[in-house]
Design a protein around this ligand. Structure first.
Ligand SMILES: Cc1cc2nc3c(=O)[nH]c(=O)nc-3n(C[C@H](O)[C@H](O)[C@H](O)COP(=O)(O)O)c2cc1C
Length: 134
């Protein structure tokens, strides 16, 4: 099982906007900025769908995603790959909606993307770049 170490979790929580990459079943790539991103536990990320079009279509037909953790305040650079499940109702969906609308009541918080982390790679330049670290 792949988990984020405490140090990785600290870096994750310092980042405000994440580039989320998905691909269609035929392999057409797509990358978009995402801010409604929550680290739920050491192996689970939730992302709220407020305006997704291609991203949502992609994960419904090809349930894989990647993002990187890098930015001001975050130590290092992590590339994370994950399996994705989409929820449009239920307890987890309701919780995601409350988490988003607590800060921004106008956001629709439609679907919930649940990312289960499968792989983590180093992405800082240097001798360890590209190495699998989780
Ligand atoms: C800083 C920033 C943060 C964003 N956060 C989210 C988000 O958390 N959820 C969301 O659905 N859209 C978010 N968006 C909007 C999407 O990135 C945008 O609607 C994008 O066009 C969706 O593309 P797609 O059609 O490829 O899915 C954000 C945009 C910006 C600029």
């Amino acid at each position: 099982m792949t988990v984020l170490t405490e140090e990785m979790q600290i870096a994750f929580k310092a980042v405000k906007v994440f580039p989320l990459a998905t691909a269609s079943k035929s392999g057409i790539p797509n990358v978009v900025p995402m801010a409604s991103v929550f680290l739920i536990d050491e192996k689970t990320i939730w992302i709220g769908d407020n305006f997704m079009q291609k991203t949502l279509a992609n994960v419904l037909e090809n349930p894989k995603a990647a993002l990187y953790v890098y930015g001001a305040g975050a130590k290092g650079c992590l590339q994370i790959k994950a399996d994705v499940t989409v929820k449009t109702s239920g307890e987890e969906h309701a919780k995601m909606k409350a988490m988003i609308q607590e800060k921004k009541p106008n956001l629709p918080a439609k679907s919930l993307l649940i990312l289960k982390i499968t792989e983590v790679y180093e992405c800082m330049p240097g001798t360890e770049a590209g190495k699998q670290i989780g």
